[in-house]
Structure formats: C-alpha cells, structure tokens
Design a protein around this ligand. Structure first.
Ligand SMILES: [Zn+2]
Length: 247
C-alpha cells in the first residue's frame, strides 16, 4: 500500500514538476461509529521526501505531517490514514469498548484541530487491539517521538525513542528480520543521537556502515537501492553529528 502510494506520488511530482507535498480534502466514514467527516488525502509528493531532515530519525513524510493520523471527531477512533478504511470487522466491538473510555478535552469539528500527539496516543491503543509486528511498533514510536518533540515535550519524546531503541534491538535478534541489521543499527544510532547519546550513535553508525542490507521479500533492484541509500545516509549522519559538535 505504502509502496504504491510512493510510486504514484513520484509519477505525479514528475508530471507536474513540483517539489512540495500537497493534500486534498475527501470524505471518509469512521469504521467504528460510521460518522462521515472530511479528511485530508495525499495529493502529490516526490522522492525528495527521503532527503528531508526527518531521515535522521528514519521517518518520512507523510508521517511527519499533521494530516497523516485520522481521528473521528465523534468516537475518537484514530489510525494512520492508510488504515482508516481497512479495519477488520471482527475488531470493531473491541475498538468500540475501548473508545467509550477515550475522552478528549473538548468537542472538535475538524480532526486536524485534535492535537497530533493525542491522536497518536489513541492510535497506539487502537494498534494494540489490531495487532502489529515489531517493525511497525519501532517506527510508530519514532513517529510519536518526532511529534512530541514538535510540541516540545522532551520527556515523552525521549520515552518513545527509548522504546524504539528496545524494539530495534529486539528486531536485531529476530530471525524474521535477518539481513536488515544495517537498517536497524542505523535506527539505534539515530535514536541514541536523539536521546543525547551521540557517542553511542557514532559507534552504531560505524557498525552499520560495515554491513550490506538484504531482504528476501524484496526484488534485488530494490534491495540494492536501499543499501545504497543507507550507505549514503550513514555517511551524512556522521557529518550531521560532527557539524552539530562544531556549533
Ligand atoms: Zn467514529
């Protein structure tokens, strides 16, 4: 799903020769309470999103952008935009039960006015009910860390990033993710850097740079491109940390 969106976005941006991301409004129905409301859908973007600074936290637009987490203004069901219309029917009752205990500080008309961190907190519980793999959770906590940082809540940002480190370590030990060590060491380095441990970050970057990425589920061309991207990213990260040292 994500991959299709990315390819589609690249084509769009080439067609219109733009270098910005855009959203457009569209109606969606809440999978839990059926309330219809206006949400923002992805318009256009390009591969330039992979060079934006959030790469140093290994997360990318649209996850860095406020419209990307949908939230029902009626029952508060919240999820990433690409999951909103695809909730399994057999989870609805459990979700309903959970959402009756979910309160917001006031009534909202537009989901974008609900603080992003609040939407993510609800989505965290939603995804615990839906069930997701370790890689999902590792990214999810990097995303939460990013958005807490945006609202200057450094304690919660740190808490989320430490969770992301634990999960990335867990992935390193999991045979399901064999070959992806380069990526996970990069994530551990990134989260160390963003929790005030840049010396550890540099050690993990060194470890990562000696490896080659592999993934049996991907085509060779995609694996090679990703390995090249990671190699370049590791190099940039080392410069990014030493530049900050000079400041
Ligand atoms: Zn709802």
């Amino acid at each position: 799903m994500k991959r299709t969106l990315i390819i589609f976005g690249v084509i769009l941006s080439l067609t219109f020769n733009i270098s910005a991301t855009t959203w457009f409004p569209a109606q969606h129905k809440c999978p839990v309470c059926k309330k219809k409301n206006i949400y923002q859908e992805i318009g256009s973007y390009g591969s330039y999103i992979y060079s934006w600074p959030s790469k140093y936290q290994y997360i990318y637009w649209p996850l860095t952008d406020l419209p990307s987490v949908y939230s029902c203004i009626n029952c508060h069901f919240s999820s990433y935009l690409w999951d909103f219309d695809n909730i399994p029917k057999n989870k609805i009752d459990t979700l309903k039960k959970f959402l009756t205990q979910t309160k917001l500080d006031k009534k909202y008309k537009d989901y974008l006015d609900i603080p992003m961190t609040r939407r993510l907190e609800i989505a965290e519980s939603v995804y615990k009910i839906l069930g997701r793999d370790t890689q999902f959770w590792c990214e999810f906590y990097r995303v939460i860390g990013y958005h807490y940082d945006q609202v200057k809540d450094s304690i919660k940002a740190k808490e989320a990033r430490l969770k992301a480190i634990d999960l990335a370590r867990f992935i390193l030990l999991d045979s399901m993710y064999i070959g992806q060590e380069k990526e996970n060491l990069y994530i551990i380095a990134a989260m160390n850097n963003f929790t005030g441990h840049k010396d550890s970050a540099l050690i993990y970057l060194d470890k990562a740079s000696s490896l080659t990425y592999s993934n049996l589920k991907w085509e060779k061309k995609d694996v090679d491109n990703h390995d090249e991207y990671l190699t370049d990213l590791i190099k940039q990260y080392k410069e990014f940390i030493s530049k900050k040292d000079e400041e």
